[in-house]
Design a protein around this ligand. Structure first.
Ligand code: SAH
Length: 367
């Protein structure tokens, strides 16, 4: 007991270990280590993830001495809200501070019958997409499963959303989720566990720049989130100019991995296509995209570019977006226009963290 107490405290007397991110089994082991029955671990698990409690003193179903021991040694702490930007369209963009003062962004987007939460998987990003604001930050570090789940819990608490709220989760914030595979998958298991946060697997989507080995690894998982792939171009050259990662994982290999990806009944692969004015928004581009995706069970989300002063790119004209969509749908490829939300709060990925940073402009791409 004394050993636990001494080890568990920081210099300031605050318990060091944050329990957020531990699975039910890990919490069971922790309670057993404290000479408590295993089921106490399950109670703790439900309290943290299903009832979303952070104060051990409130867990009156646990006996008092155990509660005290928990309070002395552990804490349940969400990322703290550094800044909050409320858009006129209802989206709320958060800048969240982690325990080492790294910051990540997450967005809450209320819709009619549910709320979509956009999460970060890394602080910064190592993939150098030329149009992306997060890329300008470089990779700071991977997030832990607790920091990923903590984004959801922090936002739910801030929005005062009830425990039973219907949520969609998308890994479309900062970072490349398939380059932080283990923590992202652990977080998805925690988010979807019916005894905990209970967000159905089919309500969780992961967006990747197209890390082919990661896609193959995901394909071998028994339970996996829905997969979205950032296509963003219609030829190898064009994609390489925009996303240098295409040299390592060219479209050819990416689409080959997509063709053998195991889809559930009724499921489709989503391809995101960020439309940039005068670069990849022509009807010829649309025809090439339809050809590339021919034979795949796919849909396309067309995302008009969300501009910012750091970048030389612009949004396409709305009529170009509509014409692009028409070409795809005429070719039996479902295509949806995703209007960027939270534009008035600089909601494009990475824009909040960039605010105030002195970053270099990327040159305009040429093909
Ligand atoms: N690394 C992952 C997830 C993060 S980016 C990926 O690349 O998919 C999520 C989506 O936002 C991607 O489709 C990306 O192409 C898009 N995106 C990034 N910056 C954008 C911007 N300024 N405007 C519109 N979409 C953007």
């Amino acid at each position: 007991m004394l050993i636990f107490t001494v080890i568990g405290l920081s210099m300031a007397g605050i318990p060091v270990e944050n329990l957020l991110g531990l699975t039910c089994e890990e919490l069971e082991e922790l309670t057993v280590a404290h000479h408590q029955p295993r089921y106490r671990g399950r109670q703790l698990y439900r309290a943290i993830y299903a009832r979303r409690q952070t104060d051990f003193a409130a867990l009156t179903d646990l006996d008092k001495s155990f509660r005290q021991r928990l309070s002395t040694n552990y804490r349940v702490q969400y990322p703290s809200i550094e800044r909050r930007f409320e858009s006129r369209d209802g989206a709320v963009r958060y800048l969240l501070a982690l325990e080492d003062d790294q910051t990540v962004e997450a967005v809450s987007m209320p819709e009619e019958d549910r709320t979509t939460l956009c999460l970060s998987s890394q602080a910064g990003c190592a993939v150098d997409c030329h149009f992306c604001f997060t890329a300008l930050l470089g990779l700071k570090r991977n997030l832990t499963a607790g920091e990923i789940v903590g984004q959801v819990l922090a936002i739910l608490a801030d929005r005062q959303l009830p425990a039973q709220s219907r949520l969609n989760i998308v890994f479309m914030g900062m970072g490349e989720p398939l380059l932080n595979f283990a923590s992202v998958m652990k977080s998805v298991k925690l988010l979807s566990d019916s005894g905990g946060m209970a967000i159905p697997w089919r309500r969780i989507a992961l967006s990747t720049v197209g890390i082919v080995p990661g896609i193959k690894k995901l394909a071998s998982e028994a339970k996996r989130p829905k997969l979205a792939i950032s296509l963003n171009a219609s030829t190898e050259e064009q994609r390489t100019a925009l996303m240098p990662v295409n040299r390592k994982y060219p479209l050819r290999d990416l689409l080959a991995a997509c063709r053998v990806y195991p889809l559930r009944p009724g499921e489709r692969l989503t391809f995101e296509y960020v439309m940039i004015d005068g670069f990849n928004d022509s009807p010829e581009d649309a025809r090439r995209v339809a050809k590339l995706l021919g034979g795949l069970r796919a849909k396309v989300n067309l995302i008009p570019y969300n501009p910012g002063p750091e970048m030389p790119y612009h949004s396409p004209l709305p009529k170009r977006v509509l014409a692009f969509q028409k070409v795809l749908t005429e070719r039996q490829l479902p295509a949806f226009i995703r209007v960027s939300r939270g534009q008035d709060v600089r909601a494009a990925c990475g824009q909040l963290s960039l605010a105030g940073l002195d970053v270099q402009n990327h040159p305009a791409p040429t093909t």
